[in-house]
Design a binder for this molecule. Structure first.
Ligand code: NAP
Ligand code: HSE
Length: 435
């Protein structure tokens, strides 16, 4: 009580840190309208003080020493937007030990070390907020933890990586090359410092681990999330998808099925008329199904400086208000999720869905029959088949299956791979949503 202003120590002044500073500067009236006192950025930690910054910044507040932030008693909130596991983890735990509250957008750290970090914040009686860690500017953590608290959540599913959605959108609508669009996403500040986290699906897996842990009240560690990225998607797959009435999206799917939790991230055929099919560029969208509220959809900008800064600054305001009102940290809101542990996370083999299967085969009579027999022997029922390039060798042969168990598809493909007429299994992509 009695605080006349709230002091911030900002760790990182890259894409998100710049967004935070810009919003605190540009929307000063809106921010102080919520807190009643000014929010002052006291220090900004960077690696290189001489680097040009996109925001006007008093050089005196730049530092390369985290100790400067720890030792500054006018800093009550540490805002970690530097990324990576270390030293970010060490800094957050250090801030807690000094009684400082933390706001972070670091999904990798929370997904991999969430239980330890939440436990430490509880132990030291300080707050931890992380709305910016999942889906950029879209409010999803607080809605799940607070607004939907009356529900048993049955499903969270959506597009939660802006970079890969940007790449797939441009490859689909403009026929552009993967590498060229990835470079553009990096220039726009959507991509992670290591963009392989985006394109290999790990960034989405970290976010799904956080979402699923909150939604299903159990720890879902990222190594339990089945993860495939978009690097194997070819223009031909995109073309086949279009012909069959689908678009390809990188989906993150968390579902409760027969008491167990399915958690998976992979490229997915989505029917062209499904609402997720029209989520383009760096936009994200998340469906949530609760047993009382029914279906909800959250949509907005999932990456970038101002959208992510919007979520981070809202967390700062939230923590500031709790400090100002003297509410004990452990008694309030997000950041204090209790994860029960112990719920079964399903293996990918036991997932049941539809599949797009693209083979390269020798074009000769009887080929289709031998492949169809292998599918039939493993209870994989086929919905449609397309053959491209009759007379050429090899030719593309594409199947879409009915809903089947993944382990049956895998068993059938082990047999099909060894058929002398099959040159290659070019791609296997799961299909979600009704046709
Ligand atoms: P970024 O542009 O690479 O910026 C990182 C900043 O942290 C830079 O200012 C860098 O200093 C500083 N930094 C990094 N390591 C440091 C160290 N060891 N000591 C001191 N300073 C250090 O990253 P970003 O895109 O803003 O992402 C930051 C975090 O937000 C990550 O956890 C990311 O996953 C998350 N996030 C990003 C987005 C997005 O759209 N970009 C959206 C949501 C969440 P220098 O400037 O001196 O190099
Ligand atoms: N690299 C992330 C993305 C940033 O592309 O979605 C937002 O978390």
């Amino acid at each position: 009580m009695g605080e006349r202003e709230i002091g911030i120590g900002l760790l990182g002044c890259g894409t998100v840190g710049t967004g935070v500073l810009e919003i605190l500067g540009r929307n000063v009236e809106a921010v102080t309208g919520h807190t009643g006192v000014p929010i002052r950025v006291r220090k900004v930690l960077v690696r290189d003080k001489s680097k040009p910054r996109r925001v006007a910044l008093n050089q005196d507040i730049l530092t390369t020493s985290f100790q400067d932030i720890l030792d500054d008693d006018s800093i009550q909130i540490v805002v970690e937007v530097m990324g990576g596991l270390e030293p970010a983890g060490e800094y957050i735990l250090g801030a807690f030990r000094r009684g400082k509250h933390v706001v972070t957008a670091n999904k990798e750290l929370l997904a991999k070390r969430g239980p330890e970090i939440f436990e430490s914040s509880r132990k030291h009686g300080v707050m931890l907020r992380f709305e910016g860690s999942v889906a950029g500017g879209i409010p999803i953590i607080k809605p799940l933890e607070e607004c939907l608290a009356a529900n048993r959540i049955q499903e969270v599913m959506g597009i939660i990586n802006g970079t890969t959605n940007y790449i797939l959108t441009k490859m689909t609508s403009e026929g552009r090359q993967f590498e060229d669009v990835l470079r553009e996403a990096q220039e726009k500040g959507f991509a992670e410092a290591n963009p392989s986290d985006d394109i290999e699906g790990r960034d989405a897996a970290y976010k799904l681990a956080i979402l699923a842990s909150i939604a299903f009240g159990t720890e879902v560690s990222p190594d339990k999330v089945y993860t495939e990225g978009i690097t194997k998607i070819t223009p031909l797959d995109i073309e086949y998808a279009r012909e069959l009435g689908f678009v390809i999206k990188l989906l993150a799917i968390g579902k409760e099925v027969d008491g167990a939790i399915e958690a998976r991230v992979h490229p997915t055929f989505v029917p062209a008329r499904h609402p997720l099919a029209s989520v383009n560029d760096a936009f994200n969208a998340i469906f949530v199904r609760g047993n009382a509220v029914g279906d909800l959809m959250f949509y907005g900008r999932g990456a970038g400086d101002l959208p992510t800064g919007s979520a981070v600054v809202a967390d700062i305001i939230d923590v500031a208000n709790s400090i100002l009102s003297g509410v004990p940290a452990g008694a309030i809101g997000p950041g204090f999720v209790t994860w029960n542990g112990g719920r079964k996370i399903s293996d990918i083999d036991s997932v049941s869905t539809r599949y797009y299967i693209h083979l390269k085969v020798i074009d000769r009579p009887g080929v289709l029959a031998s492949i169809a027999r292998a599918f039939g022997d493993h209870e994989v029922s086929l919905e449609s088949v397309i053959q491209k390039g009759r007379g050429q060798n090899p030719v593309g042969l594409v199947f879409v299956t009915h809903r089947v168990l993944e382990r049956n598809v895998r068993a059938a493909l082990r047999v099909i791979k060894d058929l002398p007429v099959v040159m290659d299994i070019s791609n296997v992509i799961r299909v979600e949503g009704e046709a």
